[in-house]
Design a protein around this ligand. Sequence first.
Ligand SMILES: Nc1ncnc2c1ncn2[C@@H]1O[C@H](COP(=O)(O)OP(=O)(O)OP(=O)(O)O)[C@@H](O)[C@H]1O
Ligand SMILES: [Mg+2]
Length: 376
Amino acid sequence: MQRTVSSSPLAPSVKVKLINAGFHTAADLVDLLPLQLCQEAGISQEEANEVLQALRHDSRLCQERAAEGCITALELLHCEQSQGSLVTFSSELDAVLGGGVSVGKTTEICGTPGIGKTQLCIQLAVDVQIPVCFGGLGGKAVYIDTEGGFLVQRAAEMARAAAEHCALLAEDTEQRAALEDFTLEKILSNIFLIRCHDYVELLAETYLLPNLLQKCAEVKLVVIDSIAFPFRHDFEDFSQRTRLLNSLAQQLNQLANQQQTAVVLTNQMTTKVSNGQSKLVPALGESWGHAATEKLILHWEEDKRLASLYKSPRQMEATVQYQITGQGFRDASVTLELRPCDPPPSVSYKPHPPSPSASAPAWNCSKRPRVEAQHS
Ligand SMILES: Nc1ncnc2c1ncn2[C@@H]1O[C@H](COP(=O)(O)OP(=O)(O)OP(=O)(O)O)[C@@H](O)[C@H]1O
Ligand SMILES: [Mg+2]
């Protein structure tokens, strides 16, 4: 059922070169980067990008067929491999996440106030636009802000830093040409902001998202910052809240899967008292705990900012340190910028963070230490 190169909607001259180089099906090509493909098949980088984009389109078809229940596990694997991941600009966190934030899935980022949830979301809204020839997704972002926390100055700082970072890496004419569309102005104009003031507005906007994304297929990231704020206020009927949240979770998972988009949600932490001990746990209740496919918890350990992968169906739980700099979200250990498409460094895996049912406090309850470690 895998599409063959000969049946793909590519220029005949490109098909001949691909077949002569030994590429017969989409599966033979999905793992390649544009540069590798142009070297191995003797095609231009522009043609290599077109080939890989066509495959991504095929991957969308794969997902539609998966929804109809007629796809093999092998095809699904190829689809997932062709989707790529959304880098965070922290190579250690990318490694923990298996290459970055998953496209086609929902990821929840939880943490105490000021830990950096919004900073990471803004960073992702910039990073999703990294051109394909630099190993990025070349996409756009929809940013639903329920707290009024999106700061355009921060987005501008991160956008400028990302553009400068790519400019330093540009090696050929294709990459230099791509930089013309990866400027501060272009990056900011590709982040579509939606401000929601309550849960009714949020539900309405979520309902409209599939239409929006169908019209703008370049959207590869939808952020909701935060999901908790509108649902933690003005709610007296908790069973109604649970019903609404369950339906919202279903819609967001479907959106991620069917539109091949990364959906990132932020959530607050709340104190839970159990057996006379209090601990910090993600807000919105236990039922919501199943909503997102992957869950990341940002927390303090003394003066260090840590990110713990808490729930993932494909990656081992692990904790890494990060820092927030003027340029954005970064590894704690390095000051030099890492190339987003470089292979992730090895990560020292730490024990699984305590489960919310453990008796000890699950996360550091302190909000922000008075002095944060300097990692510059
Ligand atoms: N220009 C900057 N340079 C360095 N650090 C910064 C900069 N701007 C913000 N920060 C850091 O980011 C923190 C705020 O992070 P952020 O707004 O993402 O928190 P949050 O987790 O979203 O909190 P909340 O739950 O209140 O929304 C600040 O406390 C500060 O430490
Ligand atoms: Mg915030």
